[in-house]
Design a protein around this ligand. Structure first.
Ligand code: ZN
Length: 317
């Protein structure tokens, strides 16, 4: 009955805010954190290499999604997960930053009618060769199937460069830029009433936040800002949600401070970079964000930071 089907579809589109349940993908598992607040946990035990964490907040005025995951397919799986919880339309997609694993699913939410809140600074090392090269490279990582229907959709409809409070359906959602610690476009999402923080990649489960797109000084500032919030629950960009958020913050800070002091000592002692890095395990060649690769790439970055500071140059490399 094509006519009836057409009417049903139209009704569903109206009721579901333009995005009927997508039965062609498996919904991702969801974890309820508080009333109306959900995490969509990614992989754990894989550091920055696995599927990132995402989340969503259901309000009386629609849904706010935090991050869109790594491909249109993952975006659809995330949307399917949201659809299992609520029929509210998705109003906003907040991107914690502009690394492809966090926003390459964004087009799915745009097509479902969401607008994007993001930092306007979209520069990231991985896109240095241009968007086309990045998309080609990323397609090799996640597969052409997962990328079907892809369009870049991370430009901000509502840019956030400092702090912006979203009031929607009786909820308060604070989106802040904690500084360029992990990347220039870092944002965090804070729910003051529930004391829940979506930290993006400012925090990663193993405490080794990548700083090659950001810097250690703003990262340390971001860690202090997280502590000042006294969050009950923190969702890192990747990996397990820590039982005690303070421990992950402290571990991350200890790593950053330790690396800085090692590299400062090397620079001050006239130790060339190659020798300063000799104590670290070699990077994994085909895995740019494995633990070893992150530690090595961060060390290079921090050596350069310390070298510039030693020479009296303020700006970061
Ligand atoms: Zn990232």
């Amino acid at each position: 009955m094509p006519f009836t089907f057409a009417i049903l579809t139209a009704l569903q589109l109206a009721a579901f805010g333009g995005s009927p349940a997508d039965t062609s993908v498996a919904p991702l598992p969801v974890r309820r954190l508080a009333q109306g607040v959900y995490a969509v946990p990614g992989d754990s035990g894989r550091g920055s290499e696995g599927r990132p964490n995402a989340g969503f907040i259901v309000t009386g005025g629609g849904v706010v999604v935090v991050d869109a995951l790594a491909s249109p397919r993952q975006g659809r799986q995330l949307l399917a997960a949201i659809r299992k919880v609520t029929r509210q339309p998705v109003r906003w997609l907040v991107l914690t930053h502009h690394h492809p694993d966090h926003h390459f699913g964004a087009v799915v939410f745009r097509r479902a009618g969401a607008r994007v809140m993001a930092h306007p600074d979209r520069r990231v090392l991985v896109a240095e060769a241009g968007d086309e090269a990045l998309v080609a490279e990323w397609t090799r990582v996640v597969g052409a199937d997962a990328m079907r229907g892809f369009e870049l959709a991370n430009a901000a409809d509502r840019p956030v460069t400092d702090a912006d409070t979203l009031r929607l359906g009786g909820r308060t959602i604070v989106v802040t830029h904690p500084g360029a610690g992990h990347s220039p476009g870092d944002l965090m999402v804070w729910l003051p009433r529930e004391r829940i923080l979506f930290a993006g990649d400012v925090l990663v489960e193993d405490g080794v936040t990548m700083v090659v797109d950001g810097g250690t000084k703003p990262l340390l500032g971001a860690l202090t800002a997280i502590e000042a919030l006294r969050p009950k629950i923190v969702i890192p960009g990747h990996g397990l949600i820590p039982a005690r958020p303070g421990e992950l913050v402290a571990r991350t800070r200890a790593y950053v401070i330790g690396l800085r002091s090692d590299m400062r000592a090397a620079v001050e002692g006239g130790v060339p970079m190659r020798r300063a890095l000799a104590t670290l395990p070699p990077p994994d060649e085909t895995r740019p964000v494995s633990l070893n690769s992150r530690r090595r790439r961060n060390a290079v970055r921090v050596y350069l930071e310390e070298e510039r500071a030693y020479m009296g140059l303020e700006s970061s490399p």
